[in-house]
Ligand binder design. Structure first.
Ligand code: PMP
Length: 331
């Protein structure tokens, strides 16, 4: 299976699958895997940054914790410890030779039996890495144009938004496709009660009367790690931060609005449903938070919260021989 030249995976050589590095082409699963039929997978999206002090993974322990909690909700017993998955991530980044990349660990139900009951299908683990630039387009720094989606987030008694499960992303896909079809970059979904929830793959913040507001976990959203990062940075800067129910009208009347996410980082929002937010360009508080975020993730501002895990600090001994070819991989 040749990887097309324009594919984001064109430079990916190795994928870690169930304990060993395998060639990109050989990292496959069976068509009767439970996850393919019933959405039984949980995953993470993590970024590795090229910092002045070398490659470093952003908030790795927090991502690992969320992965384990997501697996717990779906009664998945992981065949590897968190430490082994952390090692696997560092090894996969090093083997592929990327300085900066996106990291995707996924835990899924493989080939066992079919039928809704997932408990008789084995739990498998894959770690993939690939280069990934700006998620919402290279012009996203100037602010993106978004809409409010006609799709709502599932209510908390329908799907737990705490778990980052593959099946949840069918709802996200509906939000995203509707937005793109109508000429927007992204959609904002409301929760089942009509309050603002989040984007298809991002949390949301707004600046209103000098305070930073974000919807609470009760609004059917993923507890984002970038969300937590921004709350921490804002409090460091002395800003008032409140998690509170956000009525839709505030999207149009606030002073600043932005998305947060591992892929989206901090992306300013210029308009909602063609109504311009604030002055139609990234506001002062958004820019201040972005400077802080970019400073820390580039190593130019001291990592005062210990958010960066250097790739080089992870043990380099295990898994560095390809299982398939026996070839020694670069450490
Ligand atoms: N909400 C959803 C639905 C997401 O998919 C993501 C991306 N993981 C986020 C929010 C942001 O979470 P994080 O900051 O942890 O990437």
């Amino acid at each position: 299976m040749a990887t097309p030249k324009l594919s984001p995976f064109a430079d990916v050589r190795w994928i870690w699958q169930n304990g060993e590095l395998v060639d990109f082409e050989k990292a496959t699963i069976h068509v009767l895997s439970h996850a393919l039929h019933y959405g039984s997978g949980v995953f993470e999206g993590i970024r590795c940054y090229s910092t002045r002090q070398g490659s470093a993974i952003f908030r790795l322990p927090e991502h690992m914790k969320r992965l384990l909690l997501s697996a717990k909700v779906y009664r998945m017993e992981l065949p590897f410890s968190a430490g082994e998955i952390v090692d696997a991530i560092a090894h996969t980044i090093r083997a592929n030779g990327f300085d900066a990349c996106y990291v995707r660990p996924i835990v899924y139900r493989g080939l066992g039996t079919l039928g809704v009951n997932p408990l008789r299908s084995p739990v498998e683990v894959v770690v993939a890495v690939w280069p990934w630039g700006k998620y919402l387009g290279e012009e996203a720094a100037q602010g993106v144009e978004v809409c409010v989606s006609s799709w709502r987030r599932p209510s908390p008694s329908t799907l737990p938004s705490m778990a980052k499960a593959t099946g949840n992303y069918l709802n996200s896909q509906l939000v995203k496709m509707e937005a793109l079809t109508n000429g927007f970059v992204e959609g904002i979904a409301l929760d089942a009660g009509g309050y603002v929830s989040e984007g298809s793959g991002e949390n949301l913040f707004l600046v209103y009367q000098g305070a930073l507001l974000t919807p609470p976990l009760a609004a059917s959203l993923l507890p984002g790690i970038t969300r937590d990062t921004v709350i921490t940075l804002a409090r460091d800067l002395g800003l008032e931060v409140r998690e509170q129910a956000i009525p839709r009208g505030l999207l149009y009347t606030c002073d600043e609005l932005f998305f947060t996410g591992t892929a989206a980082e901090i992306t300013p929002i210029r308009s909602v449903d063609h109504i311009v937010v604030g002055e139609g360009r990234p506001g002062a508080i958004t820019r201040r938070l972005l400077d802080e975020f970019l400073g820390i993730t580039s190593g130019e501002i001291r990592d005062r919260h210990g958010w960066l895990t250097p790739v080089a600090s992870q043990p380099a001994e295990r898994d560095l021989v390809s299982a398939a070819s026996g070839e020694r991989l670069p450490a």
